[in-house]
Design a protein. Structure first.
Length: 356
């Protein structure tokens, strides 16, 4: 098993990466943290696969453990579901000395993490991510949130977990579409930070990558941990991690969070930006071709046309916007990204050029 420490002073924590150690996680948590009561939050897909084993692990250690299951999917990241979760916490008599565990993918991590951040003004929580997307990205860094009808992750907080336990064996039960969704975040790290990772990914495919998944996850987690250590609250550099997300979130909103999963939308957001950068002369044809080849290799090169004004309007509630400006993420070259502050008229014309 490998361990990465995310150094945030008193909010520091360890991220464990390994294979086939899921049945040991309960013991590791109890040995390290000494909690007496635990609430596990999961969804109805993960519940069938892993909840009983985790519950049994804690029960064997005489820990009072409860569980709460929500419907799988982005629509569970809502104020309504959050309120129901708060109600369940009160029924369990959860206190600040207890623990909340997020067992699931990015939706569960965001929902349970935000509930932990806000219930009783803060209850400890731990991430046990079960999707590739959550293992390489969302479980690390402490961004937790729920959605509003007006946009994604508009009600949220920065609230770090006490630990993250990544067992890559659980990916064996992930369906192909969800695995591809996670690859959107993997290729994002290659584009913004690591040309070597990009080159490695170009030599794999959706089948062979499974043999290299631990070092790939470790590299993504290392990149994110280093960025978060330098900019925990996303005041600058951490914005780079949102490459592809501005348009991706807008597409999710315009399709009512039902047509595409998060990774698919982020992949499309990258396609929109690659097309626009090429059209604007900010990216060479060679770099464009290489970038699109990587997306195509992992089936992330989908492009659908949307009304430009609707896309821009949906982007106005992006968390990287500032009054009449929007901070967008562009590539200087593969493996090197930068932040550009633009007004919405510029952004509209930029996206429009890529659709021509």
């Amino acid at each position: 098993m490998q361990k990465i420490n995310l150094d945030l002073g008193e909010n520091s924590y360890n991220i464990f990466i390994g294979k086939n150690y899921f049945n040991k996680i309960a013991g590791m948590i109890v040995d390290e943290f000494k909690y007496q009561k635990i609430v596990i939050v999961t969804d109805d897909n993960v519940e069938k696969l892993y909840l009983s084993d985790l519950l049994q692990g804690f029960n064997n250690l005489n820990i009072s453990t409860f569980s709460y299951t929500v419907e799988a999917g982005e629509k569970s990241k809502s104020i309504r579901v959050l309120e129901n979760l708060y109600q369940y916490f009160t029924e369990c008599h959860l206190t600040r000395k207890d623990l909340i565990i997020a067992l699931g993918g990015g939706v569960i991590g965001d929902l349970a993490g935000f509930a932990a951040a806000t219930f009783l003004r803060g209850v400890d929580f731990i991430q046990i991510p079960t999707s590739l997307l959550s293992q390489v990205d969302s479980s690390v860094g402490g961004k937790v949130a729920v959605n509003l009808p007006q946009g994604k992750n508009l009600v949220g907080n920065f609230y770090q977990p006490k630990a993250v336990y990544i067992d890559v064996h659980v990916l064996s039960t992930l369906d192909r579409r969800e695995f591809i969704s996670g690859m959107a975040e993997v290729v994002k790290y290659a584009f913004i930070e690591d040309k070597t990772l990009f080159d490695d990914l170009m030599t794999y495919d959706l089948t062979s990558i499974e043999d290299h998944i631990i070092p790939i996850i470790r590299r993504c987690v290392e990149i994110k941990a280093q960025v978060v250590e330098r900019d925990e609250k996303e005041s600058g550099e951490r914005m780079l991690l949102n490459f592809g997300h501005t348009i991706g979130h807008a597409i999710e909103k315009l399709t009512s969070y039902s047509k595409f999963n998060h990774g698919e939308a982020v992949g499309m957001g990258m396609v929109y930006f690659f097309r626009a950068m090429r059209a604007r002369g900010m990216m060479t044809q060679e770099t464009y071709d290489l970038s699109m080849a990587l997306l195509e290799k992992y089936e992330l090169d989908t492009y659908e046309s949307y009304d430009i004004d609707e896309l821009v309007e949906a982007s106005k509630l992006d968390k990287k916007s500032d009054k009449d400006k929007l901070n967008i993420i562009l590539l200087e070259s593969i493996g090197k990204a930068y932040i550009k502050s633009v007004d919405f008229d510029w952004f509209r014309e930029f996206i429009l050029e890529g659709t021509c």
